[in-house]
Design a protein around this ligand. Structure first.
Ligand code: FE2
Length: 240
């Protein structure tokens, strides 16, 4: 079954646990659990740069709303939902793990995954972007042909995602792939290792680009993606 089909297909809880058993390692150079031991509270990680650092590609106003209202909202909602439950003492990744694919826990999963996805998104970009380091470049060339083809596939996934969602560069087994997910879903709960992501919810770009999602995606891919952090995430996954 392909990654895309895996993502779009409904998984039973047993399938999910089997798939993620031993491989649910989401602390790689990216999304930080950011849970103080024993605090029982999921906290909002600080932005890794100033709110205006991504200009002119993403405005300070967009980052301010996106991080300060949307991302914070997911964190706050999650904390309200898990207060007083068995989930309250768990780290974010664990909450995602045990609520994914469980219909009656979908609201908790959505807020947990959106908390995780956004932290991962902010850390998938840096002012000025850059180029992939040699080892990652070789893997990109092997999987896609070249970096340009990889970006083209990412753009196609990002623009082609119907409605809200995410486009991802992932490590699936030993191979790099591009996948897209809807709403809060992410490849990590499907046994893949995310390396980079682009948020294509309208709140990520509408203030700056209105309906021109392709322009936002193209600018992020060309000017903001942090290929060094992708290489770090890859190295961390391959070391396991
Ligand atoms: Fe978002």
């Amino acid at each position: 079954m392909t990654s895309e089909k895996r993502i779009s297909s409904a998984m039973s809880r047993r399938e999910f646990l089997k798939m993620t058993s031993g491989v649910f390692c989401l602390t790689m150079a990216g999304p930080i659990v950011n849970v103080m031991e024993g605090s029982m509270t999921i906290t909002l990680p600080p932005l890794p740069y100033a709110e205006n650092a991504l200009e002119p590609v993403i405005s300070s106003r967009t980052v301010g709303f996106h991080y300060g209202k949307h991302h914070r909202g997911y964190v706050d909602n999650l904390n309200k939902m898990i207060a007083g439950t068995e989930l309250e003492k768990m780290p974010l990744e664990k909450i995602m793990q045990i609520t994914a694919g469980v219909p009656e826990k979908s609201s908790i999963f959505n807020n947990a995954a959106q908390t995780w996805n956004h932290t991962f998104y902010w850390r998938s970009m840096k002012p000025g972007g850059g180029e992939p380091p040699a080892k990652l470049k070789q893997k990109i060339d092997a999987a896609f042909g070249d970096l340009s083809a990889c970006k083209k596939e990412l753009a196609s996934a990002a623009v082609g995602q119907f409605g809200s969602g995410w486009a991802w560069l992932v490590l699936d087994g030993a191979k790099l792939k591009v996948v897209k997910t809807a709403n809060a879903d992410n490849p990590a709960v499907h046994g893949m290792t995310p390396l980079l992501t682009v948020d294509v919810w309208e709140h990520a770009y509408y203030l700056d680009y209105q309906n021109r999602r392709a322009d936002y995606v193209g600018a992020v891919l060309d000017k903001l993606l942090d290929w060094n952090v992708a290489a770090d995430r890859l190295a961390s996954a391959e070391a396991k």
